[in-house]
Structures are given as structure tokens and as C-alpha cells.
Design a protein around this ligand. Structure first.
Ligand SMILES: Cc1cc2nc3c(=O)[nH]c(=O)nc-3n(C[C@H](O)[C@H](O)[C@H](O)COP(=O)(O)OP(=O)(O)OC[C@H]3O[C@@H](n4cnc5c(N)ncnc54)[C@H](O)[C@@H]3O)c2cc1C
Length: 453
């Protein structure tokens, strides 16, 4: 009998687990209560980057004069933007559903939960309830925005990220609460659309987890665009009136705007999964997993945001693939475990920010000897051609062996360029391998080889 592989949740983690397991010969079922593709496609990665792409296009058109163009004007058509996002989402949904179908995966539109260690109950959209047997269960139900009790979310003026792609109307003045990755991406996108923006920053630096040098570049850009920064302030209340909102902060300041958007983290979708009943251990609602993403019950795995590791779509996908390979016996021999420290990540601001592996600041905090080389894009021919010489490439390596340990890039296309350093970090390449690669000229990537020299 084929291995029965049941996945709850059809986001990047669940879909990747499903298609890999199907390729390896399992009989696979995916249970999805909403849209195949998950929150990643519907509310998070895809609509956010689609809106940012429109904002970036507007910014470039505003700078058209610098490129030798005259009389170029851009006005945002909010309905056209909405239609564009819907079209991208539905195209991706069709493509993911098609992929699942082509691999022979059974897709059930409904809500799943564990009712026994090897039994998953499915309540389908028409109310039909059934129990399906499973040799392996993958829990991949993702997460949702955290809403504090002081925030009267109404989806009109007081928004979470789920209401903001795009919001019901274009805000005149958006107050963003939270200056992590999601918060700063929203600041970038709405200020590019021409909205006034105020950002409430609980610490003294936006992106508190990032290298201060990187955060400083972003703060400069925000201040240059007229974004107001409320530093060292924590929001603790929101008053809503017909014509706007007032966000009260713990230091007595009040940020006024037409809308407020909360970007203060997420919580796992785990409370209705029946985890306690079958003995799956959790921590703060996240499923506790080992290096194979296995829970406390050996044949039950968790992937993606629910696993409490790095909340990134890219990480969710690779966890899903590794789970399928592990459950179906592919990891019996030597293999490489997932190393979350080597995950590349990017922030889609202007300039873009991307990093991977060991950060310079962390190396110094640990007292670790590293070699750090940095090349500014102001020295790059392609950056000048692009009319955007901001930012830099930084490579962190081991001074004794030359092995590349990490790097960060600030500048145009940083999210693409970081792939080269990510590959070097994962493959254990040395700076000399980068320095001796013969790249295209003129290209932004030349700064990578220069930083490696
Ligand atoms: C605003 C924002 C922007 C982001 N941008 C990026 C980005 O650019 N790049 C990046 O890598 N990451 C990004 N992320 C993070 C990324 O969206 C998540 O890490 C990713 O979605 C996690 O994938 P997942 O498969 O775990 O969960 P999800 O994508 O959340 O999918 C889980 C699925 O499970 C379904 N589900 C839940 N419970 C049940 C149940 N009981 N039964 C059946 N189905 C169920 C849900 O409907 C959902 O479809 C962003 C996050 C946010 C909030």
C-alpha cells in the first residue's frame, strides 16, 4: 500500500511537502480551508511585493528627469492596482492547483484537525465531515497577525496587514505601528504612493534586529521622503473618529492620521488543530520540532510559520521538501540538515536590504575574529548608469581560511544579488572563489567580486 501522506494547510510549506511526497510515490492529500497558495500568496509575500513594485515604478518615473526624459507623470489608479493584485493572485492559485493536480495530489477544500495520532478529520466547505487515515501528517497551518487588546481593528481605519493589500481607500496619512520588516515595507510602499506616513518605532532604531549601518541607510531614505519617526515610543491605545485615528503612545505622544496599520508580529494557527489531544508538544502555540521538523510524535511533522522557526516563505518551502524526503526514507544516508542561520532574507524597501549568514555586528558581539570587506555602489559603473549609486556590499569571511561566512547588501536589486553570497555560504566557498569569478560588465554584481578581493 502507498504511504498515506496528509498535509493540513496549503501554503508554501504544505504544497512543497505535498508535491515532493507525491514525486516520491506517496498517496498525498492536502486539506486547505481557504486558498491554495496560503497566506503567502493571498495576504503576505505576493500582494506586498506587487504593491511595492507599483510604488517603485512611481518613484522611478518621478526621477525620469535624471534619465534624460521630459514630461513624465505618474498618478496612482487605485482600482487598477487592486485589479493587478487580484490577477497575480489568481494566476498563482491556478498554477499551484495545477501543479498539485498534475502530481496526483488530492486537494480537499475544508478544515483539518487531528482526532487521533493517525487520523485527520476534515470538515469540508459543504459541511461534510470525514476522517482520513495517515501514515505521516504534516501540520502547515501558518500564522496570522497578532492583535493586542487595545487595538479596535475594523478593517476600515484600523488595519492589520490582512486589510492592507490594498486597503479600502488610499490613506491620506497612514500611521504604521511596528518597525520590523513588515512595518518598514509598508512605510516604503505608502510613502512611494504619495501618502503621508508616521512610523512608531519602539526602540531607537528602525529594524532593531539589523546591523545599525544598514538601518541608518533606511532611516535616511525615510526622513528624505518626509516620513515622521516616533522613536522610543510604544503604542498603547487607538481612538477612532469619523475623520481619522489617534494612536496614543506610552511616552504621552499621540500620532494622528487617517488610518493606522498594525505590524507587530504574528501568532500561530494552532488552537483548533487538536494538538493537545494527541500529545503534540507546543511552545507558545508553535509546534516544537527537531532538526527534521519532527514534532514530539514521530510521524507528525510541522513546517512553515507553525514550526516557530524563521517565518519566511522560502524557509517554509524547504522545510516542506525536507519533511517529505525524511518521512519517505530519503534521509537514511548522509545528508545536509537545514541550517536556518544560512537563510537569505530581504527587505523590499528603497534601497533594498538583504543579508545572509553571519552579520558583522553579531561576529563582534561574539568576540569572533572575522574579515569584513565593503564596497560602495558609488564605485559601480552600473549603479551610476541606473542613476542609483546608494548602498554597499559587505562580505564577512574567516580570516584564517577565507571561507565566506555571511554578507549584507544595501542597494538596488539587493534581494537578487544576495543569492551569490548565499550560495557561497551554503557551499562553503572561499572569497577567492568569488573574486575569481568572471562576471558580466557592467553589472551590479561586480561589486561582489570587488568586495571579495
Ligand atoms: C505582510 C507580510 C509580508 C511577507 N512577505 C514575505 C516575503 O516577501 N518573503 C518571504 O519569504 N516571506 C514573507 N512573509 C512571510 C510568509 O508569508 C510566511 O512565512 C509564509 O506564508 C509561511 O508559509 P506557511 O506555509 O507556513 O503558511 P501560510 O502561507 O500561512 O499557509 C497556511 C495555510 O494553512 C491554511 N490553514 C490554516 N489552518 C487550517 C486548517 N485547520 N485546515 C486547513 N487549512 C488551514 C490557511 O488557510 C493557509 O492557506 C511575509 C509575511 C507578512 C505578514
Amino acid at each position: 500500500m502507498a504511504h498515506r501522506f496528509v498535509v493540513i494547510g496549503g501554503g508554501p510549506a504544505g504544497n512543497q511537502a505535498a508535491t515532493t511526497a507525491a514525486r516520491l510515490g506517496a498517496e498525498v492529500t492536502v486539506i486547505e480551508r481557504d486558498v491554495v497558495g496560503g497566506a503567502a500568496h493571498l495576504w503576505d509575500c505576493i500582494p506586498s511585493k506587487a504593491m511595492i513594485a507599483t510604488g517603485d515604478a512611481m518613484t522611478m518615473l518621478r526621477q525620469a528627469g535624471d534619465m534624460g526624459l521630459r514630461d513624465v507623470e505618474a498618478r496612482l489608479d487605485f482600482d487598477a492596482l487592486r485589479a493587478r493584485i487580484t490577477a497575480i493572485e489568481s494566476r498563482l492559485e491556478t498554477s499551484v492547483s495545477g501543479l498539485l493536480a498534475s502530481q496526483g495530489v488530492r486537494l480537499m477544500a475544508g478544515t483539518g484537525r487531528l482526532v487521533g495520532p493517525h487520523e485527520v478529520e476534515v470538515t469540508e466547505k459543504d459541511g461534510t465531515v470525514s476522517v482520513i487515515p495517515a501514515d505521516t501528517v504534516v501540520l502547515a497551518t501558518g500564522s496570522r497577525p497578532r492583535i493586542p487588546e487595545w487595538a479596535p481593528i475594523d478593517g476600515e481605519r484600523v488595519l492589520t496587514t490582512r486589510h492592507a493589500y490594498p486597503p479600502p481607500t488610499l490613506p491620506d496619512h497612514l500611521v504604521v505601528v511596528g518597525s520590523g520588516v513588515t512595518g518598514v515595507e509598508f512605510v516604503h510602499m505608502f510613502s512611494a504612493f504619495g501618502c503621508d506616513v508616521t512610523l512608531i518605532v519602539s526602540r531607537q532604531q528602525v529594524l532593531p534586529q539589523k546591523d545599525p549601518e544598514v538601518a541608518a541607510v533606511l532611516e535616511d531614505d525615510f526622513l528624505g521622503r518626509g516620513v515622521r519617526l516616533f522613536k522610543g515610543a510604544r503604542a498603547e491605545g487607538i481612538d477612532v473618529a469619523d475623520d481619522g485615528v489617534a494612536v496614543r503612545c506610552d511616552d504621552g505622544r499621540v500620532a494622528r492620521g487617517s488610518h493606522v496599520l498594525l505590524c507587530i508580529g504574528s501568532i500561530p494557527n494552532s488552537e483548533t488543530l487538536g494538538l493537545d489531544d494527541v500529545g503534540v508538544e507546543t511552545d507558545g502555540g508553535y509546534v516544537k520540532v527537531d532538526h527534521n521538523c519532527k514534532s514530539s510524535i514521530p510521524h507528525i511533522y510541522a513546517a512553515g510559520d507553525l514550526s516557530g522557526k524563521l517565518p519566511l516563505s522560502s524557509v517554509a518551502s524547504i522545510q516542506g521538501r525536507k519533511i517529505a524526503e525524511h518521512a519517505l526514507g530519503l534521509h537514511a544516508g548522509p545528508h545536509r540538515h537545514l541550517d536556518y542561520e544560512k537563510a537569505a532574507s530581504a527587505i523590499f524597501t528603497d534601497p533594498e536590504i538583504a543579508d545572509v549568514g553571519l552579520a558583522e555586528a553579531d561576529a563582534f558581539a561574539e568576540g569572533r575574529k572575522v574579515r569584513v570587506t565593503k564596497v560602495p555602489f558609488s564605485a559601480s559603473a552600473k549603479a551610476l548608469i541606473n542613476n542609483d549609486p546608494r548602498g554597499f556590499v559587505k562580505i564577512v569571511s574567516d580570516p584564517a581560511t577565507g571561507v565566506v561566512l555571511g554578507g549584507s547588501i544595501v542597494g538596488r536589486h539587493a534581494a537578487e544579488l544576495i543569492s551569490v553570497i548565499a550560495l557561497a555560504v551554503t557551499a562553503g566557498l572561499k572569497v577567492v572563489d568569488l573574486a575569481e569569478s568572471i562576471l558580466v560588465h557592467p553589472a551590479l554584481a561586480e561589486a561582489l567580486t570587488e568586495a571579495a578581493e
